[in-house]
Design a protein around this ligand. Structure first.
Ligand SMILES: Cc1ncc(COP(=O)(O)O)c(C=O)c1O
Length: 380
């Protein structure tokens, strides 16, 4: 029998996957410690909840491990009811999943076919473009003047290209900017028929309560809105992978058709449900994060570093030096931050907020490394 030539996977996978690079999570912590010769690393690069999980969450996850042999309960009713009590929405509108990342893919599966259009702000969280491009959609970017979402222009673009989806990340990553109620209401009225609005509210719990847009009411009011939430940020459970969508009941059924069954693990469900037994901690954590954000802002501004106003657990800083060299220099001192070049914003860095003493140290180190870069000294 003639030898068969090796399989050409390029010809077999969906053509829309050609040319899309996989998400690069970066080196592991142990690799970084070795590379930079440091014993401890402070992770200010991924916007995780650095104030830790809520009381009882880890214990609940640990207690659930003995049930690991059983599939999770598919209705996820304990978690859904806990979310409903907390957010005052009916359980039928809550669709749990293993994080917003998986929900973005579920939304793509439910809404997008090849060649359909999606509107994204620029800059924003990079995963949307990757997932929607992989689904074969064509992406239209709307710039953010002064780094704030231009919701009017996003609605106009959606009408112009006949978009199926428009994505609003609010507060936006990587800028931390927040849309206000008037902008949001005007936008929702202007979004064309046939277009759904995906709102990624990963950071919404960090927003000052008086500035929050309560979009659950738009879902209840029958507007074409899909809300995505996560336990990865203020709840400090990024490693367990847990999130949920709030959507109208008919859409919840469609999302359940396309998303994998049993897609939330038992430990995550238990930890999420336990976290919501103490909802008052959300406000405590918000205040702590805000205090840290203000301290970091004050310290960096004192060194004439421009900080973008943020309502999230991170800030974007215009550092005026090579951001990659700055991030590298800080890593060698045990602090990871995100270089803006990685998301198309050279000259900026994004820094996650952490408890106050860490902010003081991080600001001191950042200012020192930046000064040495200005002075043209070798860093690291
Ligand atoms: C805007 C935004 N959405 C979603 C995520 C990821 O959420 P999850 O951990 O629930 O997948 C992130 C993580 O950084 C994010 O910045």
């Amino acid at each position: 029998m003639a030898a068969r030539r090796p399989t050409r996977w390029d010809d077999l996978v969906r053509p829309s996957l050609h040319g899309i690079a996989p998400y690069q999570p970066g080196p592991s912590l142990s690799e970084l410690k070795e590379r930079y010769g440091v014993d401890e690393i402070v992770k200010l690069n991924w916007n995780e909840g650095l104030f830790g999980p809520f009381p009882g969450a880890l214990e609940a996850a640990a207690a659930e491990i003995e049930n690991a042999w059983m599939y999770p309960e598919q209705a996820f009713s304990d978690l859904r009811e806990a979310v409903c009590r907390w957010r005052d929405v009916p359980p039928e509108q809550v669709v749990p999943a293993h994080g917003i990342q998986s929900l973005v893919r579920t939304v793509a599966d439910a809404f997008l076919g090849p060649g359909e259009s999606v509107i994204l702000p620029e800059p924003t969280y990079g995963l949307y473009a990757q997932v929607f491009a992989a689904a074969g959609a064509s992406i239209e970017y709307v710039p953010c003047p002064e780094l704030r979402l231009d919701l009017d222009e996003m609605a106009t673009s959606a009408a112009r290209v006949g978009a199926r989806l428009v994505v609003v990340c609010d507060p936006n990553n990587p800028t931390g900017s927040l849309a206000d109620q008037d902008e949001w209401d005007r936008f929702l009225d202007a979004v064309p028929e046939g277009c759904a609005v995906v709102v990624d509210e990963a950071y919404c719990e960090y927003v000052d309560p008086e500035r929050r847009v309560r979009r659950e009411d738009d879902v209840a009011g029958g507007r074409p809105v899909i809300l995505l939430r996560t336990f990865s940020k203020i709840f400090g459970l990024a490693g367990l992978r847990l999130g949920y969508a709030i959507v109208s009941e008919p859409l919840a059924s469609y999302l359940d058709v396309v998303q994998e069954p049993f897609n939330v693990n038992r430990a995550a469900l238990a930890a999420g449900t336990a976290s919501l037994q103490s909802p008052e901690v959300v406000e405590e954590r918000r205040l702590e994060a805000a205090e840290s954000r203000e301290l970091l802002t004050t310290l960096l501004e004192a060194a004439e570093i421009e900080i973008q106003p943020s309502q999230a657990n991170f800030v974007l800083a215009r550092v005026g030096v090579d951001d990659v060299a700055l991030a590298d220099g800080l890593a060698s001192r045990g602090f990871l931050i995100r270089a803006g070049s990685e998301f198309g914003m050279a000259g900026t860095v994004r820094i996650t907020v952490a408890p106050l003493p860490l902010m003081e140290k991080a600001a001191r180190e950042l200012i020192a490394v930046r000064s040495s870069l200005f002075a043209g000294n070798a860093v690291g």
